[in-house]
Design a binder for this molecule. Structure first.
Ligand code: SAM
Length: 425
């Protein structure tokens, strides 16, 4: 557990690091014709081109390996930029590893093994593991409050909490069908779980006794996306809700065009984050089969080849999104793909155009974008920590005592951060 003051110190350090390295991560790879930062970071540029194409995915999927490959070049370039005094900030690049803050209690969930398989029958394996781990960690001490489950889906988490804690659970979800299914499960297990079918963004007056958000309550949210968990934090802080436990995800799913900082510290930081930037923490490449990798690389090369072609046809230097293509199209020809994509976009490819030359361009751009993204990915964990600490600092400013941990290994879900807050006054 980290003292509250340390969270703000860590937040400020991460702000400095993100500002220092902004050109490296605040970039849209598809828009680039070369490494956009190569002038200021020449050693880093040299280093990424030294990496064999075949090794890129393996390096990208392992944060320690990735940072290990690029760190000395980054240090040398920052020194070249006269920033050697800032080099200690780089240790934050590897500080978010599982080992750093993953803690696990072994709470007895008090369900008989025979019951367990029946209870979890409708829940996919990974989701069940997440729910069990979340419940174990959050309720290592029995709750004294009724629980609000925010954006509950079918309320699987709420059901396990109701079962293991023998407490009242209110599950808020806006899809009626999910509420109906969840309510039926709760009845089947004779649990005190009630569903409220409501829009989380509807006007809620927390001083009204009918408000789903109350003071004497423990509010939980597992993977409520972007604005949804922010909405809970805002309402719960207004209601002085006694305990809040959330695992945030999908930071980019926000209504506003740019990130709206929650805490005063983040508001002062003046770091402008687009939705594209906010997707960075989720860009975790997974090791796929050789065939899947080859198909993905081919698709990106084809898309980028077509992108260069459409820019020339339209004489507009701007990316044009092309719809998802069927995997079977990838066993056809690049030329067929371009004609298909052109049709989707209402463009005509004149007969004299040498389509194959755009495939060469597409392949070059694919190699470039992969390297731009590789360097961006060095910062995915730092940016996620910054976003999480914004939530932590907000809660601290609202007089909560906050604990930050990971509720399960990232192999179960990479979105495994748990923010646990208890009202202090
Ligand atoms: C990613 S799922 C998480 C569900 C569940 N907490 C879990 O971990 O399995 C997000 C849930 O939020 C619900 N949701 C989305 N927008 C909502 C809104 N405006 N109001 C209430 N629920 C919403 C979705 O229907 C979905 O069930």
């Amino acid at each position: 557990m980290m003292p509250q003051l340390d969270y703000s110190i860590q937040f400020n350090a991460l702000t400095e690091l993100l500002k220092l390295t902004q050109p490296l991560w605040q970039v849209v790879a598809f828009d680039c014709h070369d490494l956009p930062w190569q002038e200021d970071f020449p050693r880093l540029a040299e280093r990424v081109w030294q990496i064999d194409d075949a090794n890129l995915d393996a390096i990208d999927s392992d944060q320690t390996l990735l940072v290990g490959h690029l760190l000395s070049a980054l240090q040398a370039d920052l020194t070249g930029l006269g920033q050697s005094s800032q080099l200690p900030l780089l240790h934050w690049l590897t500080s978010g590893s599982d080992k750093a803050i993953f803690t696990k209690s072994n709470l007895n969930l008090s369900i008989a093994t025979s019951e367990l398989s029946h209870f979890s029958a409708h829940i996919k394996g990974r989701k069940w593991q997440q729910i069990v781990a979340f419940t174990e960690q959050v309720f290592s001490q029995p709750t004294i409050y009724p629980v609000l489950e925010w954006c509950a889906g079918k309320g699987h988490l709420g059901r396990l909490i109701a079962k293991t804690q023998q407490c009242q659970v209110t599950s808020l979800e806006w899809q009626q069908a999910l509420c109906d299914d969840g309510q039926a499960f709760a009845q089947q297990w004779q649990l005190e779980q009630q569903f409220i079918c409501a829009d989380a963004f509807a006007a809620i007056d927390v001083t009204d006794s009918a408000s789903p958000i109350k003071t004497k309550q423990h509010a939980v949210a597992l993977h409520a996306c972007g604005d949804l968990h922010v909405r809970l934090l805002d309402l719960a802080a207004k209601a002085n809700t006694q305990a809040i436990s959330i695992s945030p995800c999908c930071y980019h799913l926000i209504h506003a065009k740019y990130y709206q900082p929650l805490s005063r510290l983040a508001q002062q930081a003046q770091l402008s984050l687009s939705r594209h930037d906010l997707q960075l923490p989720l860009q975790q490449s997974v090791i796929a089969s050789k065939k899947q990798n080859a198909l993905r690389i081919q698709e990106v090369a084809w898309r980028l080849g077509f992108d260069s072609l459409q820019r020339d046809i339209r004489k507009i230097d701007q990316y044009l999104p092309v719809p998802t293509l069927k995997q079977s199209q990838l066993s056809g020809s690049f030329s067929d793909f371009c004609h298909w994509a052109a049709k989707q976009k209402g463009l005509v490819i004149a007969n004299h155009i040498d389509i194959e030359s755009y495939l060469v361009i597409g392949k070059q751009r694919q190699r470039l974008t992969q390297r731009i993204d590789l360097v961006r990915h060095v910062f995915r964990s730092v940016l996620e920590q910054w976003l999480v600490l914004d939530r932590v600092c907000f809660l601290t400013e609202q007089n909560y005592h906050v604990t930050l941990s990971k509720f399960c290994p990232s192999s179960i879900t990479p979105r495994n951060i748990l923010i646990d807050a208890k009202k202090t006054i």
